[in-house]
Design a binder for this molecule. Structure first.
Ligand code: AMP
Ligand code: MN
Ligand code: MN
Length: 341
């Protein structure tokens, strides 16, 4: 544990000094998790290192277009020894998931992330909650430490930043984010190609899932809270993959007057995956998720809560309503309809 951020120079020196690396990111990976894992793994490979890039889900189908995606695999059943383990974009140690079982020994742990709730596990820790994506921190690290940023690495970092900023839209997107995006384009990213593969290449079943989710949509708190849910039965019926629901919550967040959006997903293990978004800093969804054992950012957070789908929904909706009321957010507009709950 370390209270102070390790400098990029310190991290860069540690990366150059060692030979065998494992690069990991969080369970239910998103574009930031997989993009940064591949970017760091590719850069280390170019420095002549031996690198494993593992994720609990392996490479997701929808991100398999990313340059170098073959590098990222499921963890092996036989554990391996490493000099350094690099954890990226992962708010808690446990969210690294099953790859942890495939590490027999590790010298140094490096933890690079942008979640304010990160408890700073590891030896060299760099947490920057102002960064909109871990991809942005990794770009700064690679420049400061003079690590290779090939076109393949640039594409992975661009995908990481684009997905975590909602295509450069969320409030944590800064001038620096656009400067980095411009630099990545100069280094070879084809924006049209990457954007189309990220946002206009969904399987039909994802849109069928959206139709089912919208059928369960409900509002409370005078239209400031919106949610929808996915049962195991529906997920099985549609044959959806866990990766299919990334981003669907944005349809709720996009509704005028909605301040908090929630997606409830029934998991096979008796828990419910709760995914929350806020449109105003006065309502901190990370604080709500933390009180249920989860975490994340002020405006985007999650938790896995034990219990039946209905029960968990009721408890969380109540908490979210309280948070909205405590924050005293005025209605910008009259709610368009009667509350359904
Ligand atoms: P999601 O809603 O799954 O897209 O997650 C939103 C944000 O919250 C992401 O930055 C996640 O890393 C974080 N997050 C989601 N679930 C958890 C959890 N169970 N514990 C800690 N952080 C989480
Ligand atoms: Mn992530
Ligand atoms: Mn991230």
């Amino acid at each position: 544990m370390s209270d102070q951020n390790a400098s990029f120079e310190q991290i860069g020196a540690a990366l150059r000094e060692h030979q065998r690396f494992a690069v990991l990111s969080h369970v239910r990976p998103d574009g930031d998790a997989l993009g940064t894992t591949l970017a760091v793994a590719l850069s280390l490979q170019q420095l002549g290192k031996e690198v494993r890039a593992w994720n609990e889900e392996g490479m997701l189908q929808k991100y398999s277009f990313l340059a170098g995606s073959d590098l990222l695999t499921l963890p092996p059943s036989e554990p391996e020894d490493f000099d350094v383990v690099v954890a990226l974009d992962t708010a808690t140690y446990n969210r690294l998931g099953t790859p942890l079982n495939s590490i027999r020994s590790s010298g140094l742990w490096i933890n690079i992330d942008h979640h304010p709730s990160n408890p700073r596990y590891g030896d060299l820790v760099h947490i920057d909650p102002t960064a909109p994506a871990t991809g942005q921190i990794i770009f700064e690290l690679m420049c400061a430490a003079r690590m290779p940023v090939s076109p393949a690495i640039a594409e992975n970092l661009y995908a990481a930043i684009s997905t975590d900023t909602g295509s450069f839209q969320y409030p944590n997107t800064t001038a620096r984010t656009f400067e980095i995006a411009a630099e990545l384009i100069r280094r070879g990213v084809n924006v049209g190609r990457v954007s189309q593969l990220l946002y206009e290449n969904f399987p039909q079943r994802r849109v069928e899932l959206l139709r089912e989710l919208l059928a369960t949509m409900q509002f409370a708190c005078g239209g400031k809270l919106a949610w929808f849910s996915l049962s195991q039965a529906t997920a099985k019926g549609l044959g959806v993959l866990p990766e299919d629901n990334e981003g669907l919550i944005d349809h709720l967040r996009a509704i005028r007057g909605v301040v908090v959006a929630i997606f409830f997903e029934e998991l096979p293990d008796g828990k419910v995956r709760v995914s929350m978004r806020s449109k105003q800093g006065a309502v901190d969804v990370c604080a709500i998720c933390k009180s249920f054992g989860g975490g994340g950012h002020t405006l985007a957070a999650g938790a896995r809560v034990k219990g039946a789908l209905d029960e968990v929904t009721q408890v969380i909706v109540q908490k979210a309503c309280e948070a909205i009321e405590t924050a005293g957010i005025p209605s910008e507009l009259e709610p368009s309809g009667e509350s359904q709950s």
